[in-house]
Design a binder for this molecule. Structure first.
Ligand code: NAP
Length: 665
């Protein structure tokens, strides 16, 4: 990952200079703010920055009004600077001077960001093609120690692959056990019509593997899966993956190892011993199939969005879709033009916002710039980091003095409500029958905010009916809601995932013979820093409790934070020769108290809101309450004082090593 030639500014300069006409033409269609930052970083000249600053009002690319004449000067200056560097090659500064860097960030996002962002942006941006998160040993263990050690990762989705990449970098042996026949996890499994991401994908990608070729700002499933396949190949992870094998159980052993049981697709089972178990199974992995009476007796096909059956014809048929979350928002508008009738059953409406870039393709100029203009892609990613999360995180906090606590949280949240309502009115305001069904009564952001995928336009179609009523039962050929029968040939369940029964159905048993289910129950998972669990030594969870981002941001950022933390824990273990690393109860408790305290005034706890983050006791078990930069801080370092670090009494390292390498239970 270090010094990847694709992001090497020297290579980019040479290429751009050698293709000067192409360069000028391409940047005419690229975003002006990252171009400006490229120029400033290349030259150290901040004069144009000062001129442009008053015209940049926010971090999305449509929030700038830089006059055309100034834009032309910026583009010309950049071309000149690149040509000049190519003509008189010299050393580029590794990154902008400290004061300039902060100033550039502030200008790029259109506001003054707190100083703690400088470090996180340095890590995120691949400044000068350098991966700031590259793993390094303090004192590299002997090769024999490394060779005798083994990590098992469960799952080859985004998280499992990120973990694998870093383990590989460190030279730590690992295996990935993946239940599917291919990598990709949720992005492999979810293949419903129009499935895609609603996080801008130049940010929803690994920091160490920017993709200059995204064709859309919000990519669809096939392109995302293509990116994951590319990463698995490029980082040579595939040979470590055992496909079509599922971890069914894992039990911690007194010698510090895990005895893992797996089941292959052909039904055969195997046992294996590893030193460390890392689960990377995601939270959106096991479909939630609602217990609707009669569903099993429905005579037509029915399936969950995550198990879309493309062999089932839907053209001209009566399709009933239950659920109106992110998956339904994408599926419904995609299938409505094909089906005979689409009846949508909505339990509670979601807020959905229009995003100017949601349906847009990335221009060829911008793609050229991502690939060939030094620093452009990094600065573009940085603006997204801000725009898609940190810029508005503060607006999700409940103001105790706010006089309208039922409908909004604070003045800014009320403004969101007004704007979103006006948008809905602009779409369906003339349909008095629809309006009361589609305007939520809870504050914006209480459930995950959706991007309008032509949902409201879809509702206006003659062949679409929105039923805002409780689904009572399913009959052989119909769905019954509030006493009325709605004929159906096919039922689509867009009903989400079993998010709170985390790590289910794996049976994971810790040090004292206690299972993770006994500890967490069905809906109250907790972990230290979202990653480690007392009583479960040498065990790490990625996308664990209280790590989900519900307001925005990128799940991949969170994953990279967790991987970084786990790598530092492994470094401590391997450099010091510990057999067992187990979080202390007090540290775990303190962290969870802090998280619960932070959550107490966040929008998801609002009593009027139901969402997939909250358990029946009202506790938010899934979400990280803070900003992304806060989670980065929580996971930046591994503090040995928070852990029991032990050598087991029977610590004959060679015996354990033999056991691990033979795979004996
Ligand atoms: P979801 O947000 O949990 O939505 C499930 C929907 O099913 C909700 O409308 C829910 O109603 C409804 N529902 C559940 N059980 C029901 C029942 N028994 N009767 C009637 N309605 C029922 O699930 P999702 O749409 O699959 O999305 C889950 C998460 O996946 C998202 O929040 C997002 O993080 C991710 N995702 C992202 C994208 C994207 O990036 N575009 C796409 C898909 C998924 P209530 O709201 O009333 O509970």
């Amino acid at each position: 990952m270090q010094n990847d030639p694709r992001h090497d500014p020297y290579r980019q300069i040479a290429y751009a200079a050698a293709h000067a006409d192409e360069f000028s033409a391409a940047i005419a269609g690229a975003d002006i703010v990252p171009l400006l930052m490229s120029y400033v970083q290349l030259t150290g000249d901040t004069s144009l920055l000062d001129e442009a600053a008053p015209h940049i009002k926010g971090a999305w690319n449509y929030m700038q009004t830089i006059p055309t004449t100034l834009q032309n000067r910026i583009r010309a200056a950049l071309v000149q600077a690149v040509l000049d560097f190519a003509e008189r090659p010299r050393e580029l500064p590794a990154e902008p001077a400290a004061g300039d860097f902060k100033k550039m960030i502030d200008v790029a996002v259109g506001e003054t960001v707190p100083p703690e962002y400088v470090q996180v942006f340095r890590e995120e941006m691949l400044i000068a093609g350098r991966d700031a998160r590259t793993f390094s040993w303090r004192k590299r263990p002997a090769e024999t120690t490394l060779a005798a050690f083994k990590v098992m990762i469960v799952g080859a989705g985004f998280s499992g692959l990120a973990m694998a990449v870093r383990l590989q970098e460190a030279g730590i042996p690992y295996v990935i056990v993946e239940k599917n026949a291919e990598v990709g996890g949720t992005w492999l499994e979810n293949n419903y019509p129009d499935c895609g991401v609603d996080t801008p994908c130049h940010f929803f990608s690994y920091s160490f593997e920017p993709n200059p070729d995204w064709t859309r700002y919000f990519a669809k499933r096939d392109e995302i899966l293509g990116y994951i396949l590319h990463c698995a190949k490029k980082y040579d992870v595939r040979r470590h993956i055992r496909f079509q094998e599922e971890v069914t159980a894992a039990e911690y052993q007194a010698d510090g190892t895990w005895a893992v049981r797996t089941r292959r697709a052909d039904g055969t089972e195997a046992n294996e011993t590893v030193n460390v178990l890392v689960t990377a199974v995601g939270a959106l992995n096991r479909p939630a199939i609602p217990r609707i009476p009669g569903l099993k007796d429905f005579k037509g096909p029915w399936f969950h969005t995550a198990q879309w059956d493309s062999k089932v014809p839907i053209k001209g048929r009566n399709v009933a879709m239950i659920g109106t979350g992110a998956s339904g928002m994408q599926t419904g508008p995609a299938i409505a033009p094909q089906v005979g009738k689409l009846t949508i059953f909505q339990r509670s409406p979601h807020w959905a916002m229009k995003h100017p870039l949601y349906h847009q393709e990335v221009s060829t100029g911008a793609r050229w710039a991502m690939r060939n203009v030094p620093y452009y892609a990094s600065w573009y990613r940085l603006t997204l980091f801000w725009a898609a999360s940190e810029a508005f995180h503060w607006t999700l906090k409940i103001d105790p003095a706010w006089p309208h606590p039922k409908r909004s949280l604070n003045a800014m949240n009320e403004k969101w409500r007004e704007d979103l309502t006006a948008y809905i009115m602009s779409k369906v305001g003339h349909r008095k029958d629809l309006l009361p069904k589609v305007i939520p009564d809870y504050p914006p952001f209480g459930k995950r905010m959706l991007r309008d995928n032509n949902w409201y336009d879809m509702l206006l179609r003659d062949n679409v009916e929105l039923v805002a009523a409780h689904v009572e039962r399913v009959e052989a050929d119909a769905v019954v809601a509030d006493g009325k029968r709605y004929p159906a040939d096919v039922i689509v369940l867009a009903t989400g995932f079993q998010t709170k029964r985390m790590l289910s159905p794996m049976h994971i048993v810790g040090a004292a013979g206690r299972s993770i289910r006994e500890l967490w129950g069905d809906e109250d998972p907790r972990a230290h820093r979202g990653v480690t669990v007392p009583g479960f030594p040498n065990f790490y969870v990625i996308y664990g409790p209280n790590t989900n981002l519900a307001h925005g941001g990128s799940a991949i950022f969170q994953t990279e934070c967790q991987v970084n933390y786990i790598m530092k824990a492994l470094r401590e273990q391997l450099e010091s020769g510990w057999d067992a690393v187990e979080v202390r109860q007090e540290a775990f408790q303190q962290f969870n108290d802090r998280v619960d305290g932070m959550l107490a005034n966040m929008v998801w706890t609002h009593p009027g809101v139901t969402n997939w983050y909250k358990n029946s006791a009202g506790r938010i078990a899934l979400n990280w309450p803070g900003r992304l930069v806060d989670y980065r801080d929580v996971t930046a370092e591994f503090d040995p004082a928070e852990y029991h670090l032990t050598r087991t009494p029977q610590s004959d390292t060679r015996a354990v090593a033999r056991k691990v390498s033979s795979g004996a239970p």
